[in-house]
Design a protein around this ligand. Structure first.
Ligand SMILES: Nc1ncnc2c1ncn2[C@@H]1O[C@H](COP(=O)(O)OP(=O)(O)OP(=O)(O)O)[C@@H](O)[C@H]1O
Ligand SMILES: [Mg+2]
Length: 234
């Protein structure tokens, strides 16, 4: 088999797997949604059940399961882009100011978005998801206090976005597996956040990198090709 044929075969296998993952998560979601509705109905009809210790665990597990199914489908769809030309400065400022309203005290989000950044050609929902994952990780890394900051700047033919936190940092031994799906160090994490983010950024022909100092904080840098006429590679 020639190299080109092998690559074609690999691409076909990857596509087939994507369909299988979609089908499985779709099939699992239906009964899970029915069970979730039944649990909510039981709780409404018999409020006393909330006092039963296993009940809270069951509801928490159900919430986790629904989130996991959402994340698996996001992972699977992260490379399907509906691109449009974005007025970067306006789009980023709107997104950050709406997100800042959800930041719990005593933490804070600061941002610097210059007014005339170059336009980008991007899928706004997917890009928002990718940036939200990085910002959420930043806030989750903070201990008693601290800050997450967002800096945007134009760099040659690219838009450069930096998400920094003053949190716990990432130990060296975790770096090799950081972007692998299902690798988490949080009790209720799915470990899909960074792998989804990386897939979304790379689908936009961008790059994701990081610098971290344990105990001091972490900065993730996203570089995206700038310009409204960027070719649409799906
Ligand atoms: N800014 C950060 N500071 C410190 N550790 C981080 C940071 N970002 C990611 N990590 C580490 O990388 C791991 C993987 O992150 P990822 O976002 O993929 O999953 P998660 O946050 O654990 O779960 P989920 O995103 O589903 O809530 C985290 O569990 C955490 O240990
Ligand atoms: Mg995360």
């Amino acid at each position: 088999m020639s190299e080109a044929e092998q690559i074609e075969r690999l691409k076909r296998i990857i596509e087939e797997q994507k369909i299988t993952i979609s089908q499985i998560s779709h099939e699992v979601r239906n009964p899970v949604t029915v069970i979730n509705s039944s649990l909510q109905l039981i709780e409404k009809k018999c409020p006393a059940i909330r006092e039963y210790p296993l009940w809270q665990d069951t509801m928490r597990d159900m919430k986790y399961l629904l989130r996991l199914l959402d994340e698996v489908s996001s992972y699977n769809n992260s490379t399907l882009l509906r691109k449009e030309v974005l007025d970067t400065s306006t789009w980023l400022s709107g997104f950050l100011s709406s997100l800042s309203r959800t930041v719990p005290a005593p933490f804070s989000l600061s941002w610097q978005v210059p007014p005339a950044l170059p336009a980008i050609c991007a899928d706004p929902l997917k890009l928002r998801r990718a940036l939200e994952n990085l910002l959420r990780n930043g806030f989750e890394a903070l201990e008693d206090q601290g800050e997450v900051s967002f800096l945007a700047e134009a760099k040659k033919d690219a838009l450069c976005l930096r998400i920094s936190d003053t949190g716990c940092g990432i130990p060296q031994e975790r770096l090799d597996t950081l972007y692998q799906p299902f690798v988490t160090h949080k009790p209720d994490g799915t470990g899909l956040g960074l792998s989804i983010t990386k897939r979304i950024i790379e689908a936009h022909r961008g790059t994701l990198s990081l610098e971290t100092v344990p105990g001091r904080g972490t900065t993730f840098t996203v570089l995206l090709p700038a310009g409204p006429a960027v070719e649409d590679h799906r």
